[in-house]
Ligand binder design. Structure first.
Ligand code: AP5
Ligand code: MG
Length: 213
């Protein structure tokens, strides 16, 4: 079962994807994580995208489609979770072509609905374990022990360079201009299932479980 988690920055895509990886053994494909890895390992592509990402603009379709193409294979186990991809109509068309080539298809597109005020709070309070990638929040999901990851015990906590109000404003505009048309695109195909992303993390998990069955 291949699914897309679609929603604005801070909607909870990464948080819910990790839960589905843990409970169902699905594979998370986050283009944001792949681009951040390229940026921190200093590859040519990473250097090219660093300033674009920090400013909150979208990276070119060509780059992100190439990243997804590298990771997709017939060996999807319990299925792929596309987190932060596709983000443009061109990416959506490329994804259906790539899946068709592998004899696979898309099961559901989960639209995570959250209003802008909540997104600002989520983004400005987020931190992540730099070792295992667990996602936290200063208020809604703090670590049990100050500065120490509940999942792996690391004290290497990081905040993203684009998690500031200026970049977030640009990220939101990019979302409304270029990504939100995908809501209509997948609705027309009959694949779209909205969830209330404003609910507690565990409530959102339950809504997604109910949709996936
Ligand atoms: P990406 O990494 O995909 O960032 P994003 O879409 O802006 O989304 P976020 O990762 O910020 O939010 P999320 O929805 O995963 O929320 P999270 O679960 O962390 O992309 C970054 C950049 O890379 C882009 O700006 C662009 O430059 C580039 N890029 C990536 N993909 C691209 C593509 N396909 N095309 C072109 N460019 C691309 O949760 C956020 C916070 O809220 C956390 O602190 C969490 O603990 C908390 N939280 C989560 N759920 C809840 C809840 N229900 N209640 C309360 N708090 C919650
Ligand atoms: Mg994310």
């Amino acid at each position: 079962m291949n699914i897309i988690l679609l929603g604005p920055p801070g909607a909870g895509k990464g948080t819910q994807a990790r839960h589905l990886v843990d409970t169902r053994g699905m594979l998370q494909l986050s283009t944001g994580d792949m681009l951040r890895d390229a940026k921190s390992s200093g590859t040519e592509m990473g250097k090219k995208v660093a300033a674009i990402m920090d400013a909150g603009k979208l990276v070119t379709d060509e780059i992100v489609i190439g990243l997804i193409e590298e990771k997709l294979s017939a060996e999807s186990g319990a299925g792929f979770i596309f987190d932060g991809f596709p983000r443009t109509l061109a990416q959506a068309d490329a994804l259906s072509a790539l899946l068709a080539k592998l004899g696979q298809s898309l099961h559901t597109v989960i639209e995570m609905r959250v209003d802008d005020d909540a997104l600002v709070k989520r983004i400005t309070g987020r931190f992540t374990c730099g070792d295992c990638g667990e996602v936290y929040h200063d208020e809604t999901k703090p670590t049990a022990e100050d500065g120490k990851c509940d999942n792996c015990g690391s004290t290497n906590m990081v905040r993203r360079a684009d998690d500031n109000e200026d970049s977030l404003r640009t990220r939101l505009m990019e979302y409304y201009k270029k990504t939100s048309p995908l809501i209509g695109y997948y609705y027309a195909k009959g694949d779209l299932r909205p969830v209330n992303g404003l609910a507690d993390i565990t409530e959102v998990q339950k809504s997604i479980e109910a949709i996936l069955g």
